[in-house]
Write a protein that binds this ligand. Sequence first.
Ligand code: ASP
Length: 331
Amino acid sequence: MKNILLINTGGTFSSRPGDHGLTPELASGDICNLIGEFDPALSIVAEDYCSLDSSNIAPDDWQKLALRIGEKVGFYDGVVLIHGTDTLAYTSSMLSYMLQNIPVPVVVTGSQMPLGVPMSDAADNLRCALQMAASGYGGVFVAFDRKIMLGCRTSKVRTVSFNAFESINYPYIGEVNAFGLHLHLEQAQASGSPFQIQAAYSDRIAVLKLFPGMNPDIFRFLHEHGYEGIYIEGFGLGGVPFLKSDFTAEIRRASRSGLPILVGSQCRYEGSNLNVYETGQRILECGGIPVHDMTYEAVVTKLMWCLGQAKDREAVQQFFQRAITKEVSFS
Ligand code: ASP
């Protein structure tokens, strides 16, 4: 018998139509009743953390969830987290950093249609998440549309289709086929390092999505207003302009004064590489820190997490020069 902890946070999964549209309503007990017993080999304990649309989930929720899950490790064989899909990938990314080398599976899931609605994907996704939670393989995962993905590699890429999530720049960890849940465990190998809960973070960060003609003055504003880290989403392989709008001077000034400036790509797939073009190399020379092939969600949450561990630019750079979990590959 496997003991699984099911934590509900809300989202479409638990929603019902209300006066203002779909609103999370079902509690974990209702969810268990609606699902019924579908695997007698699992003993499920369900609890509610909150009942929120995931647009209302904030970094302090990630911290509280990490601490709550961390204190239950040792009592359960796995954890399933029901979460709204809109910010699910941020939560799964941050939990991957906060719960490093967790020895049991933590599986985040949700659905595109509420549980109990005909044609809903909710029960299916939960079933898949529960099977993964019983698998014995430690780490933070996402279960959705019969796929298992690494939590730190997942992005929501579609708004209404059932295949709303993809594993970005990383293979799926598993999928459900006629033989059941089939895992590609070579992709999920644990590092063997000790489990540690590191739940500190800073939300004093900003993201700049570049557009042609953007004014670099924004850097000065952000720095003067106490922002501790900035992520620039550049063009293509990570290009940042240095002629008519010159970002290099501002990036150099900000980096020299200790503000970490990360640079990646607006393209979702195949990662960034600042070594290829002059528009990338100049940014590296000015102190820009490359994020390689990480997802947007993984970069934003890693920056918050790093700033919870250390404030200085050099320390943040060192964190981004290595993988904390499997969020980045270096080509
Ligand atoms: N708005 C919902 C949420 O993220 C969408 C969903 O769960 O699919 O909470």
